[in-house]
Design a binder for this molecule. Structure first.
Ligand SMILES: Nc1ncnc2c1ncn2[C@@H]1O[C@H](COP(=O)(O)OP(=O)(O)OP(=O)(O)O)[C@@H](O)[C@H]1O
Ligand SMILES: [Mg+2]
Length: 400
């Protein structure tokens, strides 16, 4: 199968900040950076701050990509280069293959209106408007008719858990609620990419936890591509499909949380993630895999046997309407049906080890994994089958 091209590609991106009265040589700064000089060296030698140096990475469509780094590592500068709030000094930012660093102001305005939205840590909201007014604002600018924009805004407010708050004044909302409004406002434009710069960093842990969960849910529901910035490694590993670590403006590693834990690129990364207990940070979602074999309840035992044979496995997950999990059928069970000893329904083992929250920390499912005869099936709150977790993946997540 042909692989889909990434929605976003950043290639050798630099953002240099020079003092207003700068008369020196930028070329010298690039040369030093190319030779691997640190930001401090470059600043001392040239007077230029290399906020972002030679950063390259890709974001896949639908991916939740997290950028992490200490304060000053260049996270905000980098993310602002992704919608050209900062013009990069060098390098390319390709969106669907088009280099947006070459865009005109008009093209950029259009891009920010339709394709890329940003959620900020603070503010960015219109304090004189109510919740609905904030969310509908972007649509108003695009001259979407009033009824349509209200309907759309209400739908989004429901999605972010703000139903019933439409007419609240912004000032009366808590920090967490305001962030929900921020997310709703960004989503109202139906962008393809959502950029979130420390959107949850100022929130207290419980509220943060709620919003993280909400974000994962929204992501599932909308399939949006998200670039999420944080300085909290727990948050990064909890949310990120992949995580990029920035240090002094350079990208030191881009990987999945699991791989980063297993194979940190260097000592800096290792120390950065050192205090993370993998089993607490990684959730079921992070280690979940696709089941080897699925059969529809309506298909019956013959299909089950064929599928098991082609997949080389001795059991299959049985699903009903809309991927609702019904249970497991084993090879023996399916043969029993074929020989007329049981009905297909009787052959389905209903008592399957099950987790009904993909966001549960792995530590919480260890006891279940330890005594399970089959991989653990993961369903969501609506009992839709999402994947499986093997005993091995649970236990190996403890090796940090
Ligand atoms: N407009 C600017 N002019 C000059 N230097 C800047 C400017 N913006 C950022 N910098 C410098 O660039 C570097 C990266 O800053 P940036 O704000 O991108 O870091 P950050 O990772 O977002 O930090 P934080 O976690 O504190 O938000 C810092 O050294 C900062 O001082
Ligand atoms: Mg920042």
């Amino acid at each position: 199968m042909r692989q889909e091209p990434p929605i976003l590609e950043v290639k050798h991106l630099y953002k240099l900040f020079a003092p207003h009265d700068f008369r020196g040589d930028r070329k010298m700064a690039y040369k030093l950076l190319e030779l691997g000089a640190t930001r401090k060296d470059v600043l001392e030698t040239t007077g230029i701050t290399a906020a972002v140096s030679d950063v390259s990475f890709e974001v896949k469509r639908g991916e939740l990509f997290v950028l992490i780094g200490l304060s000053g590592s260049g996270k905000s500068t980098l993310v602002r280069c992704l919608n050209m709030l900062h013009r990069p000094s060098r390098g390319e930012v390709l969106m669907d293959g088009e280099d947006i660093t070459q865009y005109s102001e008009a093209q950029l305005r259009e891009l920010r209106r339709t394709k890329v939205s940003m959620v900020f840590q603070h503010g960015g909201l219109l304090s004189h408007r109510d919740v609905l007014g904030n969310v509908a604002y972007g649509l108003e600018i695009r001259q979407v008719p009033k009824e349509e924009r209200q309907a759309r805004a209400l739908e989004i407010l429901r999605m972010v858990g703000l139903e019933g708050y439409e007419h609240e004044a912004l000032g009366s909302l808590s920090g967490g609620m305001k962030q929900r409004v921020g997310i709703a406002r960004a989503l109202a434009n139906d962008p393809e990419i959502l950029l979130m710069d420390e959107a949850f960093s100022a929130l207290d842990p419980l509220v943060k936890n709620d919003l993280q969960f909400e974000l994962l849910r929204i992501r599932e529901q909308t399939g949006k591509t998200i670039v999420f910035i944080t300085h909290d490694i727990n948050e990064a590993f909890k949310l990120g499909d992949r995580v990029g670590i920035l240090r002094d403006g350079r990208m030191v590693q881009v990987d999945t949380p699991e791989r980063m834990l297993e194979q940190p690129a260097d000592e800096y990364v290792r120390r950065f993630i050192h205090n993370v207990n993998a089993s607490k940070v990684l959730s079921v979602r992070n280690v979940m895999t696709v089941p080897g074999c699925i059969v529809k309840q309506s298909d019956g035992a013959h299909v089950a046997l064929t599928n098991m044979r082609t997949s080389g496995v001795s059991s299959a997950y049985v699903v009903g309407e809309a991927m609702h999990l019904r249970g497991i059928i084993t090879l023996e069970g399916a043969l029993g049906v074929r020989e007329g000893r049981l009905t297909f329904e009787e052959a389905i083992i209903k008592d399957v080890p099950l987790v009904d929250n993909p966001d549960l920390p792995i530590a919480d499912i260890v006891p279940l994994a330890a005594k399970a005869a089959f991989p653990i099936a993961v369903v969501d709150e609506d009992h839709v089958f999402r994947g499986i977790v093997t005993k091995a993946s649970v236990l190996s997540s403890f090796v940090a």
